[in-house]
Structures are given as structure tokens and as C-alpha cells.
Design a protein around this ligand. Structure first.
Ligand SMILES: Cc1ncc(COP(=O)(O)O)c(C=O)c1O
Length: 459
């Protein structure tokens, strides 16, 4: 019997109260925050969909592991537990813990990046790009054709464009390309997965030219589950086997354990190349810590090791992907245009289509973000001209998209929270033409969305 309702595959042992507020309170909070949701205290938020990073609920077993953490400075038992878990999953030889994903990026690019080099990727996540560029190299995105067509669904919009990859290698020269980074799933383009066929072919091309493939594996389990569900030949394979096959096409990985390891902090850098690993360890010691703890406590290492196994549980992954689809279905029914298909960790609302009366200069995504908070205390994030727009020669240059991301923390909210979000969207949809444009009154040169000050304008 297959049931219609996907129940959460866990029961709840510890609870946290939500931040209930009144409409006048939320209006005052928004004013005080200058209409920037990053400036809102979390206890004034009812449903927090700002990010899925570091916001997971840990399991009872993970908390038990926390108690087993060995806090020895060197050679802690917890390190060997962690190392064994990462090696079992990836098969890679040299495993270094780091405090979070971007530390792995900084270390790796310090070793093999630098001026004159270009890193190729299906799409660099923003910290990956920033760390690559900080080392002096160029970060070049080669997304699959159709990845930016938000209305047309496709199974593997997270693929790299294989033709563009080979063209780029020939044009730039293999000696100038230290690595190809495959981001799984592709967060910058909607949490879309890459297919096994694409990974296999990327690996073949890379081997032909002698270029290593490094996997940015923050959401490897969600990607593996999409392969099982969508790619011919994988339906009867275990997700853990699929994940191992994914890693077999790379020779190293950078991981933010704040996503598919259910940890609130942590990450790792895993490499096969002994020379890269030696150089990386030296930088690790300089900035993160001794190689058997790398910026983490023993208890964190234990929680990550356990999380890497739990995340491959197929009951969990079925619920996870189904619950994202459920939100997407509810939004479609409420007449809210979304990026198709929904990703593995988030649904992205197409604010440009939802609020056509607001031009990019009026930040339609930010207007919707503020209205979600004003109406019901829901926190989401704008991915549009506030985040990626620029001013060039005094002229506003909008971002290519105006989206609002609803990222779902792992194992945190239940179906009734999601039903509530859908109900709020249905209410906003009825009066969408009255949402105001926003004006930027104070920004900064870089990453302005974190600190920007905004004002609603008359409609
Ligand atoms: C694909 C991807 N890579 C890297 C990172 C960076 O990880 P962290 O936030 O742990 O530094 C993120 C974070 O969201 C991510 O989504």
C-alpha cells in the first residue's frame, strides 16, 4: 500500500517554542530592522526558512555521540571515528576536518589556486567563488543549457555543460586549470542535481586532460536520491552505493557538514593527492587547528560521523524530497510561480513573475520577503537584485533573476508548518498588486544584502 501522506520519519523528543508576534509587533520589528530580514532577532520569527545550513535537528543518536566526544588535542578517538565515516563514504585517502565548508575552499584554493589559474564548475557557490577569486584565480561557471530557464522542468539542471567544458579546457589550457568543481546539488541554480552520466563523462574528460575533479558535496545525499529517482538504471540501487559511485568520479571533496550531515557546524576537505594533502595540512594547522580536530570539538566530529550515515536513510530522503515537492505543489495551486522543478533543499519563488508591477529597481524579491514576515512572521531570503545587482557608472544593473528562496531546515518543521506557509502565500497572492516596491537607502560594496537598509515606497 502506498499512502498519500508522507509522514515525518521521526518523533519529537525535544521542542523549542516558536516566536509568535502580533501584526503591530512585526511591523515595528521590520521598521527597526530597516526592512532587512538578516537584522531580525530569530525569536521574533515564526517559521524560519532563511537557510538549510546549520539549522538541522540532530537525532537522539547524534546527541548520544556528542557525549562520547573525545576532546584530546591530538589523536582523539573521535577523529578516527570521523575519518572512518568520511573514508567509507568517499573512498578518499587524506581527510581533514575544518570548521565549515568555506574553510575547505580557502585551504584548497590557497594550495592550488592563484593568479593565472581558472577553476571550472557546473556553478560555484558564492563562498566557493569568493575564495577562488581571493586566491587570485578565475571561477568560471559552465551550467547545463536550460539551467536558467526557470519555467521548464528538467531532471538534471545541475549538470555541467560538457561541450562548454571541453571547449574551455582547450581554450584556457589544461596546465592553467587546477581542478573542475562539481557542486552537488547545484545550490546557486536552485538546488538542482547533476546526473551520474554527467559526472561520469566529466570524470572521463578530466582524466583525458589530467585535471582532478573535486566534489563540493554539501548536499551529496539529496543529489544521490534524485539520481535514484530520476536516472534510468538506478531505481533499485541503494542510495549509499549511488553516493559512493558519485565520489568515485572525483579525487577529492569539500564538504559543509551543516547541510547533509545534520550538524550545526563543521566540514571536511578530503583529497587523494599526497602533495596537495601535505600542503593543505600545513595551512590547516595555521588557521584551523591540529589535523585531528581542524577547528572542531571532538563532539562535533562524532555528530558529523553519525550524520553522514543517517542522511543516507531512504525513509528520511523520501520524506525530505517529498516535503519540498509538497510545498512546491501548494504554491503552484495558490498561483505562485516557482523555479521548476523544486530543488532538493528549497523552493524558489519567481518574484519577478509574481509581482510584475515591481521593476527590478524596486526589488520585487525583497518586497515579497518583507510581506511574508509582516503577514505571518515567515523568514525567507531574496536572491535577486539586492543580492546580485550592481551599480556601474552610476547606473543600476539588475540581477538576471528576482527570486525568493524558501530553504527548509532538515527534520525541523512538520507538514502543518508547511501548510501554514502555503496558506500565507495564498493570502498574499490575492493582494499581490498592492505590495510596494522597495528603495535601497544604504548599502555596501560587497555582500550588500546582509547589511542593506531599505524602505517601502508608495505603490
Ligand atoms: C554548495 C555549497 N558549498 C559551500 C558552502 C559553504 O559552506 P559553509 O556555509 O559551511 O561555509 C555552501 C553553503 O551554503 C554551499 O551551499
Amino acid at each position: 500500500m502506498s499512502w498519500k501522506t508522507i509522514i515525518e520519519p521521526f518523533k519529537i523528543k525535544t521542542v523549542e517554542p516558536l516566536g509568535f508576534t502580533t501584526l503591530p509587533e512585526r511591523e515595528a520589528v521590520l521598521r527597526e530592522a530597516c526592512y532587512n530580514i538578516f537584522a531580525i532577532p530569530a525569536d521574533k520569527v515564526l517559521v524560519d526558512l532563511l537557510t538549510d545550513s546549520g539549522t538541522s535537528a540532530m537525532s537522539a543518536e547524534q546527541w548520544a555521540c556528542v557525549m562520547r566526544g573525545d576532546e584530546s588535542y591530538a589523536g582523539a578517538r573521535s577523529f578516527f571515528t570521523f575519518e572512518a565515516a568520511v573514508r567509507r563514504l568517499t573512498g578518499y585517502r587524506h581527510i581533514m576536518p575544518v570548521h565549515q565548508g568555506r574553510a575547505a575552499e580557502r585551504i584548497l584554493f590557497s594550495v592550488v589556486g592563484g593568479p593565472g589559474k581558472t577553476i571550472l564548475s557546473n556553478s560555484h557557490f558564492d563562498t566557493t567563488r569568493a575564495n577562488a577569486e581571493a586566491s587570485g584565480c578565475v571561477a568560471l561557471d559552465l551550467p547545463a543549457p536550460g539551467a536558467l530557464d526557470f519555467d521548464t522542468p528538467a531532471d538534471f539542471k545541475g549538470d555541467i555543460d560538457l561541450k562548454a567544458l571541453e571547449d574551455a579546457i582547450r581554450r584556457i589550457g589544461k596546465q592553467n586549470i587546477p581542478m573542475i568543481v562539481m557542486t552537488l546539488t547545484n545550490n546557486s541554480l536552485g538546488g538542482q542535481p547533476a546526473s551520474m552520466a554527467n559526472l561520469r563523462e566529466t570524470s572521463r574528460i578530466a582524466r583525458h586532460y589530467g585535471i582532478p575533479v573535486i566534489i563540493d558535496c554539501a548536499r551529496f545525499a539529496e543529489n544521490a536520491f534524485f539520481i535514484k529517482r530520476r536516472e534510468p538504471g538506478f531505481a533499485s540501487r541503494k542510495v549509499s552505493d549511488i553516493a559512493q559511485e558519485i565520489f568515485s568520479y572525483g579525487s577529492g571533496a569539500m564538504m559543509s557538514s551543516k547541510k547533509d550531515a545534520f550538524a550545526n557546524i563543521g566540514g571536511f576537505l578530503a583529497l587523494n593527492d599526497p602533495d596537495w594533502a601535505k600542503a593543505a595540512r600545513e595551512i590547516l594547522i595555521l588557521g584551523e587547528g591540529f589535523p585531528t580536530y581542524g577547528g572542531l570539538a571532538g563532539r562535533d566530529l562524532e555528530a558529523i560521523a553519525r550524520g553522514l550515515t543517517e542522511v543516507l536513510d531512504e525513509e528520511y530522503l523520501t520524506y525530505r524530497i517529498r516535503s519540498i515537492e509538497y510545498l512546491a505543489e501548494g504554491l503552484r495551486k495558490a498561483g505562485v510561480p516557482i523555479v521548476e522543478p523544486p530543488g532538493g533543499h528549497a523552493v524558489y519563488v519567481n518574484a519577478r513573475k509574481f509581482l510584475p508591477h515591481i521593476k527590478p529597481e524596486g526589488y520585487p524579491g525583497q518586497s515579497l520577503v518583507c510581506e511574508l514576515y509582516r503577514t505571518a512572521g515567515i523568514r525567507a531570503v531574496e536572491i535577486g537584485s539586492l543580492m546580485f545587482g550592481k551599480t556601474e557608472n552610476g547606473k543600476f544593473v539588475p540581477a538576471p533573476m528576482e527570486l525568493v528562496r524558501l530553504a527548509i531546515p532538515r527534520r525541523v518543521y512538520t507538514q502543518s508548518h508547511i501548510d501554514f506557509v502555503i496558506e500565507v502565500f495564498a493570502d498574499i497572492a490575492k493582494r499581490r498588486d498592492r505590495l510596494p516596491p522597495m528603495r535601497l537607502i544604504e548599502g555596501s560594496q560587497r555582500l550588500t544584502h546582509f547589511t542593506a537598509k531599505m524602505m517601502p515606497e508608495p505603490v
